[in-house]
Design a protein around this ligand. Structure first.
Ligand code: SAH
Ligand code: SF4
Ligand code: F3S
Length: 449
């Protein structure tokens, strides 16, 4: 590909943080291949939809979006231009060729492990070859090259350290779309962390579908996530570290200890449980019980008393009874989540639970709304418990009101405060004066102008 020609690239991202990270890295890789990123698809030369397959709705969105893109591509063709369209991510992996059959507009289908092939696939298109579909799982690191050292807009960035999953929960497509567990080598992670720090990043969120199962090759052998976190904490300029998503069974003692001995590690943990009923957990193939999960959280809070917990829940998994569901509500009361994500079970093709007898939709609806009411009670309580506290806030961007900035608390809450622009990218103590269900607002306690 001829680098100096600037073509316009638009990427739309669906799904989890891993997709957000992948989109950023694809954009960087394609920038090196002569593309520049734009904010709207209308006039783009290349449109990529980086897709999610986790629930039916998420996957269907892709086809309706492709319908809209088709109109834009036709309009562009009338003006004498050409729009290439690619589907990347987990729908690409799950449906492969089928996507081109359903929507012939699509020129490229690329699974999440094959992004480094994109420039070559685009070259093949340019030379007149037909639609390109790559969904294999190559052994090489898809993002081997380091991102360019440009100043990043936000002081907070994602850094992918682990990908794939070997757990095969009965409801989940991830082991099929992302493949087997793979950990990036320690040196690659640290090099990327240094690079991010040099581009103005102060907070990194280490990403993985099962991030706490990290076991990357490093000096002296295999490193755990705890050891990796302590090494990232030594990177000059990195002041905050988070990690997501974790599985309860991979939460080892050293990782719990890191929450007490590593100041950079933030007191917030996303630890999905899915259900509070052992019967349902067993049918889900989760390999933990409600009690072992609650005990684990007790141990975490003995080590780090202010740990804010987050989680994921599924209601209406096949076979879930009212009594099972009530056990989930009881678990929520025991854990007191600061926030959480909850979903109605969505049968996914190829997963074991999809063929079981389904819970009726109205029952799922009703349970989801009761579950969310219960989660909200604890979330609001947690938000209110922050009133009057002084917290270090990392300011990330300007707010809607003039003079207002938005940052994040250690517990990941968005915090609004009036502050000069010089506070951007700084970690500054803020006294919390008001709490809302999804954010806080406060006042700087030091004059920094
Ligand atoms: N790796 C993480 C999360 C992966 S997917 C983990 O171990 O939990 C993110 C969340 O989507 C899951 O935690 C689950 O709550 C939800 N989810 C996954 N498959 C689903 C399905 N078929 N229907 C509804 N929710 C689902
Ligand atoms: Fe999916 Fe379970 Fe793996 Fe999480 S642990 S990605 S829910 S299979
Ligand atoms: Fe969706 Fe794939 Fe992430 S299915 S949640 S984009 S791993």
């Amino acid at each position: 590909m001829n680098a100096p020609v600037s073509k316009k690239l638009f990427i739309r991202t669906y799904g989890c943080q891993m997709n957000v990270y992948d989109s950023e890295r694809m954009s960087e890789a394609l920038t090196g291949a002569g593309y520049e990123a734009v904010d709207t698809p209308e006039d783009a030369d290349l449109v990529l939809l980086n897709t999610c397959h986790i629930r039916e709705k998420a996957a269907e969105k892709v086809y309706s979006e492709l319908g809209r893109i088709r109109k834009m591509a036709d309009e562009k063709a009338e003006r004498g231009g050409q729009m290439r369209v690619g589907v990347t991510g987990c729908v690409a992996q799950a449906e492969g060729e089928e996507i081109v059959r359903r929507q012939p507009l699509v020129d490229l289908v690329v699974g999440p492990q094959a992004y480094h092939r994109l420039p070559a696939m685009l070259d093949a298109l340019e030379s007149g070859k037909g639609a390109q579909v790559v969904t294999d799982f190559p052994a090489e690191d898809k993002f081997d090259a380091l991102p360019p050292r440009i100043r990043r807009a936000s002081p907070s960035a994602f850094l992918s350290v682990q990908e794939g999953c070997d757990k095969f929960c009965a409801f989940c497509v991830v082991p099929y779309t992302r493949g087997a567990e793979f950990s990036r080598p320690v040196e690659k992670v640290l090099a990327e962390a240094r690079r991010l720090a040099a581009s103005g990043v102060r907070e990194v969120t280490l990403l993985g579908q099962n991030v706490n199962a990290y076991h990357g090759e490093g000096e002296g052998g295999t490193w755990s996530l705890a050891r990796l976190i302590r090494a990232v904490a030594q990177v000059e300029g990195i002041d905050r570290i988070r990690y997501t998503t974790s599985h309860p069974n991979d939460m080892d003692d050293d990782l719990i200890a890191a929450h007490a001995d590593t100041d950079e590690l933030m007191p917030y943990l996303h630890l999905p449980v899915q259900s509070g009923s052992d019967r349902v957990l067993k049918a889900m193939n989760r390999k933990h019980t409600a009690e072992s999960y609650v005990r684990l959280i007790d141990r975490i809070r003995e080590t780090r008393p202010d740990m804010a917990m987050s989680g994921d829940f599924i209601v209406g998994f096949p076979g879930e009874t009212e009594a099972d569901f009530e056990e989930t509500l009881a678990l929520i009361d025991a854990v007191r989540y600061s926030q959480a994500f909850s979903f109605k079970y969505s049968p996914r093709p190829g997963t074991p639970a999809s063929t079981a007898e389904q819970v009726p939709e109205p029952v799922k609806e009703e349970r989801l709304s009761r579950l969310q009411d219960r989660l909200r009670v604890h979330q609001v309580r947690f938000q209110d418990s922050c009133l009057g506290r002084v917290m270090p806030i990392l300011f990330e961007k300007t707010g809607r009101e003039p003079g207002q900035l938005i940052g994040r608390s250690p517990y990941l809450q968005p915090v609004h405060a009036y502050a000069p622009d010089t506070a951007l990218r700084q970690i500054i103590p803020v006294r919390i004066d008001a709490s809302f269900p999804n954010s806080l607002s406060g006042t700087l306690i030091e004059d920094i102008s």
